[in-house]
Design a protein around this ligand. Structure first.
Ligand code: HDE
Length: 690
């Protein structure tokens, strides 16, 4: 029998403790449990008794462990962190969170969009980038994506978009993928989605790591200063590690190698103190600028080229703490675009306006109570209170009689509760959105919203040749998965002709169909040039920071060579992972045993950014009969990664079809330099790109 004693915890609460500080298991109502292994039965082989309240409580709670998953963005990974304001923008916004030097606690949740909570991390998909700032003036939620534009211009189209992209209604597949009939049927009928489709078909939807992607507030918001002066603003997150994406074949193989590739990468980075960082940037402009543009700044399918309005960096986000509990924090966190603070305001973007309604509503459905703001991850860190009362799961215990306002209870010596403050409170900013607000009630969109192609063209023309090839190939792949709706691919290509004739031709060729007549644009596109900020390749960093190098070794490998390469990688802040045919490791040339971090068959090269092959001649001979080893090298080459190899590894490289180029080196300094980047020039010789 365990002896039970009572002790008082740090917070003054009383715990039941067993001998040796192991706490005693209790029911939810605090009764110590004596046996957690056996249910209460009538005789050793008899039926279980209804009386067993311990069993019933445990199973009852278990039965209700799941809550509805998010209708979109169901699969997410979260982290705690801090935001520090680094520039004085008091001339633009009075928000305390932007006061230079101010630090604010944050919780960030990254997500894929289409897949369910248990789906994979690396589908071709947009990524959510949602940040909750616990400011001194209440929570500010910047609920953005890793792409600066969106599929639709008006919230009323959102349910159609989501229904079309998610698994098809009757057959419930595909999971987490847009390559199917209903998505492309819808998309090809919605020319306004063309710009977003260019982004979605680019490598932006295949991030190498959550740490290597940008974030965007997407909509135009407004900033308001202490004098009430209003400016328009777009928010940007710029990753300190630069941009990096995988390629499609790699992303597909990652789904087999590691379903949790991004989640694991984020967790391990934070866990090992390599805190992910982003700079917060703003593009600020006024009404005169807005009116002079060939697009409408209230249209979420349009961006503002950074060449026209440079991004000004105003702060830094650092993620420095993993969640203690996935469900309590990452699952229960509730983001609300309506969470803004004095100094920030909405615009009339009709997509944003719809979001202002949706999120509050969805949280009630997901979390089951209007009191979801009391859940610790959602509760403001500043004092908060009002006269909203009761409801399911009320955990606060308001005292006294003040549950209405105005009241004069204070005159009687009672607590009258909080009061509104015109001085400190949020006031909707007027002006700047023009006379339309006084107009008739209309179901229409503003004129410039009808230009669906100019910015799609701007995006395409801003890409490198390799990036353009990836976009064309993605369209071919996705449209090739359209099964029975033969009218869809030509309709999509007809839209693409308004973006770029060559792109349309490549996609048609890749599909083996005739180039159709161009779709009639609702409004003639305008010329917009190109913008380097829109390309991933022009914004990558040559670095090993955040990168992982896989080192394949065998019996007889040279331990000194392994040590040297590991040291060189770590000196550049990279991570080295040792891979051997057996996880127990291998016996090196000097007779010592070196343990591996992983077994070859379970650690394919797609999980690495570069690979080093350090084998003995015998070791190499045995690897030549090992499909996983040949595939390891073949995929590293095919995924455009650096390969460093010792002389003994040559037969393996040859068998894997590796051809010499700048990314294939000996195992010296050249390899460490080569491992910092990818070799896109290699690709045309390896696979047919559209
Ligand atoms: Fe969302 N979106 N959305 N969305 N969204 C949700 O809210 C919605 C849109 C975004 O990690 C839902 O809590 C509508 C644009 C992120 O918890 C829901 C419209 C952008 C997340 C919802 C949009 C986003 C969501 C589902 C069109 C980029 C995940 C669960 C008017 C700026 C947040 C939930 C997290 C989640 C509705 C369009 C980003 C249903 C109606 C545009 C990052 O309320």
């Amino acid at each position: 029998m365990t002896k039970i004693s009572t002790s008082v915890g740090d917070g003054g609460e009383t715990h039941q403790r067993a001998e040796g500080d192991a706490r005693v298991l209790t029911t939810n109502h605090g009764m110590p449990i004596g046996d957690n292994q056996n249910s209460l039965k009538s005789g050793a082989r008899g039926p279980t008794l209804l009386e067993d309240f311990v069993l019933r409580e445990k199973i009852f709670h278990f039965d209700h462990e799941r809550i509805p998953e998010r209708i979109v963005h169901a699969r997410g990974s979260g982290a705690h962190g801090v935001f520090e304001a680094t520039d004085d923008i008091s001339d633009l916004s009075k928000a305390a969170v932007f006061r230079k030097g101010e630090t604010t606690e944050v919780f960030v949740r990254f997500s894929t969009v289409a897949g369910g909570a248990g789906s994979v991390d690396t589908p071709r998909d947009v990524r959510g980038f949602a940040v909750k700032f616990y400011t001194t003036e209440g929570n500010w939620d910047l609920v953005g994506n890793n792409i600066p534009v969106f599929f639709i211009q008006d919230a009323i189209k959102f349910p159609d978009l989501v229904h079309a992209v998610k698994m098809e209604a009757d057959r419930a597949y595909p999971q987490a993928g847009s390559a199917h009939d209903t998505f492309w049927d819808w998309a090809s009928l919605m020319p306004e989605s063309t710009h977003m489709l260019m982004w979605a078909m680019s490598d932006r939807t295949l991030p190498r790591s959550l740490r290597m992607m940008e974030g965007f507030g997407v909509h135009t918001f407004r900033l308001v200063n202490a004098e009430g002066k209003v400016s328009f603003v777009k928010f940007h997150w710029k990753p300190r590690l630069g941009l990096q994406s995988t390629i499609w074949d790699e992303a597909l193989k990652l789904q087999a190698a590691d379903n949790d590739y991004h989640r694991r990468d984020l967790w391990e980075a934070i866990d090992t103190g390599a805190f992910p960082q982003w700079d917060l940037g703003i593009q600020v402009f006024d009404q005169a600028f807005a009116e002079a543009q060939p697009y409408d700044v209230l249209d979420a399918t349009k961006l503002i080229p950074e060449d026209d309005v440079p991004v000004r960096i105003i702060g830094t986000l650092t993620l420095n703490r993993n969640p203690d509990n996935f469900f309590a924090e990452t699952e229960q966190v509730a983001f609300l675009p309506t969470n803004i603070v004095p100094g920030i305001d909405f615009s009339n973007d009709p997509l944003l306006q719809g979001r202002l309604f949706s999120y509050l509503d969805t949280q009630n459905s997901r979390l089951g109570t209007t009191n979801f703001h009391q859940i610790p991850i959602n509760a403001p860190r500043c004092p908060f209170g009002n006269f909203q009362r009761d409801g399911k799961m009320q955990t606060q215990v308001p005292k006294g009689r003040a549950n209405y306002e105005p009241n004069s209870l204070a005159d009687h010596g009672e607590d009258g509760g909080p009061r509104e403050s015109a001085e400190r409170g949020f006031a909707t900013a007027n002006a700047l959105t023009g006379p339309d607000e006084q107009g008739d009630k209309l179901r229409v969109r503003a004129e410039l919203f009808a230009d669906h192609y100019s910015q799609a063209r701007l995006f395409y023309h801003s890409q490198t040749k390799a990036e353009q090839a990836h976009i064309a190939s993605s369209f071919v792949f996705e449209l090739s998965k359209v099964g029975v709706l033969d009218q869809v691919p030509p309709r999509m290509v007809a839209n693409l002709r308004n973006v770029d004739e060559d792109l349309a031709k490549r996609v048609a060729d890749g599909l083996g169909i005739e180039v159709p007549d161009a779709a009639a644009p609702a409004r003639a596109p305008v010329k917009m040039g190109a913008s380097d900020a829109l390309s991933i390749h022009k914004n990558m960093k040559d670095t090993l920071e955040g990168r992982v190098v896989g080192i394949l070794f065998t019996d007889g490998s040279d331990g000194g060579a392994i040590d040297a390469i590991v040291a060189a990688i770590e000196a550049e802040k990279g991570k080295a992972v040792l891979v051997a045919p057996k996880v127990g490791g291998a016996v090196l040339a000097d007779g010592s045993k070196r343990k591996a971090d992983g077994q070859l068959a379970g650690m394919p090269s797609q999980i690495f950014d570069a690979v080093a092959i350090i084998v003995s001649e015998d070791g190499c001979r045995s690897l030549l009969k090992e499909a996983a080893a040949i595939q390891f090298v073949m995929d590293a080459f095919g995924h455009l990664k650096a390969i460093g190899a010792n002389d003994a590894a040559r037969p393996l490289l040859e068998k894997a079809g590796v051809e010499p180029d700048k990314g294939v080196t000996m195992l010296d300094k050249r390899f460490v330099a080569a491992a910092k980047r990818r070799y896109y020039d290699r690709e045309p010789g390896l696979r047919t790109l559209a």
